[in-house]
Write a protein that binds this ligand. Structure first.
Ligand SMILES: Cc1ncc(COP(=O)(O)O)c(C=O)c1O
Length: 457
């Protein structure tokens, strides 16, 4: 093995097709249904999404061509480097090889633009003039603002109130790219007004912001909604991360023992992991690990159920691990990991036993992020720090067992717009928050009256 820190791909080596895991799943994904449990057809989604994206949402084609204008936009920052965290390896004194895909090199600083430019393009091709969305930490909102600017669309972003207050610079980034950004819940929508009347001090949630964005999108024929995670087509667009990583690993003749990503709605995790899940389905020995916060333990503690993607139940019901659509998570700093559900595809892969999940406390994650910054230099996003903390656990275990192990993870974004969380950590103001059982029971009670997904097997 050669001595390397970064493995680059030439632009000409960039994947020209996305990978769709639906073609390889051992059992099919349960379809979205209405409240009576009837599968819904593509037409039911038409007021919310353009038909070309709906076609991708339901496609079972294994490979889907990436249109040239999207390739052109992606090439502004892709291919992203595959890096080796040698300094961290040294500090941990581990025999493990730690490799990471650096998705923080995109203009807004995360993996989110991989789907933002694609969604903006398909909407433009369908004749849409304006996109409305929600954002948690602000990474997605800023990514869509940039994607819309590149593709020539207008953009409006409902930003979860706690993040709007904690991360004012993200709002300014969105404005630089020409988007309008409002805190959610807001007075702009019926949903927002009703929630503010009942709980004026609410920190907001992604579920609320999604309801507001959809409510606004469905009222205008030239406006559609865009979601930054969870849906099949979003995970499809993110598969470029794992496909690039596989080409880069081939160049150094390595294959990972474990693939790790933090999981909020599931898109950066799936983007890196699904091409490796495909290998696993076809017999390869590889562990796949999703990491989430203990404050929002969707994969580790929530039931697998049909649930809505938003508070006002404007979306169809999706089969997924869910804490209940009304769940308002504790205001931990990893805003992008505070979503009540998990992508149906990520949930399905987990239910099939193809992946594992781990929930971590935010203080351990900030400690890991600090260790990363002290060795590798880059300051990670609070979401990314969950993956790093899991990587450090794996690397320490490799040392204790005296075994080499190749660890690959998704460095999903930088934390330069998230410094208030670091400030709180450095001043000793951060605490852990474990979701109590009774709160979990309360928030999942809404699932009792909804249709149930088919039993496993
Ligand atoms: C840097 C970063 N990583 C991870 C996430 C989590 O989202 P997902 O699970 O869709 O990758 C977010 C969401 O905002 C993010 O900004």
């Amino acid at each position: 093995m050669s001595d390397y820190v970064k493995i680059f791909l030439d632009e000409s080596e960039m994947p020209r097709q996305w990978y769709n895991i639906q073609a390889d799943l051992p059992t099919p994904l349960p379809p979205p249904v209405d409240k009576q449990g009837n599968p819904i057809g593509p037409d039911a989604l038409a007021p919310v999404f353009p038909m070309n994206l709906i076609e991708q949402e339901v496609s079972t084609e294994r490979w889907i061509d990436i249109p040239e204008p999207i390739m052109e936009a992606l090439t502004l920052w892709r291919p992203s480097p595959l890096c080796r965290a040698r300094q961290l390896e040294k500090k941990l004194d581990t025999p493990a090889i730690i490799l990471y895909k650096n998705e923080g090199v995109s203009p807004p600083g995360s993996h989110k633009p991989n789907t933002a430019v694609a969604q903006a393009y398909y909407n433009r091709e369908f004749g849409i003039k304006r996109l409305v969305t929600e954002t948690g930490a602000g990474q997605w909102g800023s990514a869509l603002a940039m994607g819309c600017r590149i593709m020539g669309l207008e953009c409006k972003v409902y930003m979860v109130r706690i993040s709007f207050d904690q991360k004012p610079f993200r709002k300014i980034m969105m404005q630089v790219w020409g988007a309008e950004c409002v805190p959610s819940p807001s007075e702009n929508t019926r949903t927002g007004r009703a929630i503010l009347a009942e709980t004026p001090d609410t920190p907001g949630s992604l579920g609320i912001a999604i309801s507001e964005a959809i409510e606004e999108a469905v009222t205008d024929d030239k406006t559609r909604y865009a979601l930054g995670s969870v849906l099949n087509h979003v995970l499809l667009h993110q598969s470029i991360i794992g496909l690039e990583a596989q080409k880069q690993l081939e160049k150094i003749n390595l294959y990972p023992d474990v693939v790790i990503g933090c999981a909020g709605g599931g898109s950066n995790f799936a983007g890196l992991a699904f091409p490796f899940v495909r290998d696993k389905i076809h017999g390869r020995d590889v562990r796949i690990l999703a990491v989430e916060p203990t404050a929002c333990p969707t994969l580790t503690r929530a039931p697998y159920a049909y649930d809505s993607g938003d508070v006002a139940m404007m979306t169809p019901l999706l089969a997924m691990y869910t804490l209940g659509h009304g769940f308002v998570p504790a205001p931990v700093h990893a805003g992008g990991l505070r979503y009540h559900g998990m992508a149906p595809l990520v949930s399905h892969v987990q239910r099939e036993g193809l992946s594992e999940a781990l929930a971590l406390d935010q203080v351990e994650c900030y400690q890991a992020a600090m260790q990363w910054a002290h060795t590798e230099g880059f300051i990670p996003a609070p979401e990314t720090s969950h993956a790093i903390a899991a990587v450090i656990r794996e690397a320490n275990q490799a040392r204790e067992e005296g075994k080499q192990r190749v660890i690959l993870f998704n460095w999903s974004g930088h934390g330069l717009m998230d410094l208030s969380g670091y400030d709180n950590f450095l001043n000793g103001h951060l605490t852990d928050y474990h979701l109590p059982d009774d709160e979990l029971q309360r928030s999942t009670a809404v699932l009792d009256n909804l249709p149930k997904p088919p039993p496993r097997g």
